[in-house]
Design a protein around this ligand. Structure first.
Ligand SMILES: [Zn+2]
Length: 61
């Protein structure tokens, strides 16, 4: 990845699981158009308490 590229990494908690390629395509397009983010990485998590995300904060926002 170029250091000039704007990147974003997000974790999405979606209990119903992977929302589909169309969702990802649309979201990436919006991130680019609205925020100029060229390299988004979207991680889908189901929020299963048995497999907590190690990056999850102690306080839910
Ligand atoms: Zn996570």
């Amino acid at each position: 990845m170029s250091t000039r590229e704007t990147a974003l990494t997000v974790h999405l908690v979606m209990p119903n699981g992977f929302p589909g390629d169309d969702f990802l395509r649309e979201t990436c397009q919006q991130l680019h158009d609205l925020f100029g983010i060229e390299h988004p990485t979207l991680q889908i998590e189901t929020g299963d308490p048995n497999y907590p995300c190690h990056l999850e904060s102690d306080h839910q926002v």
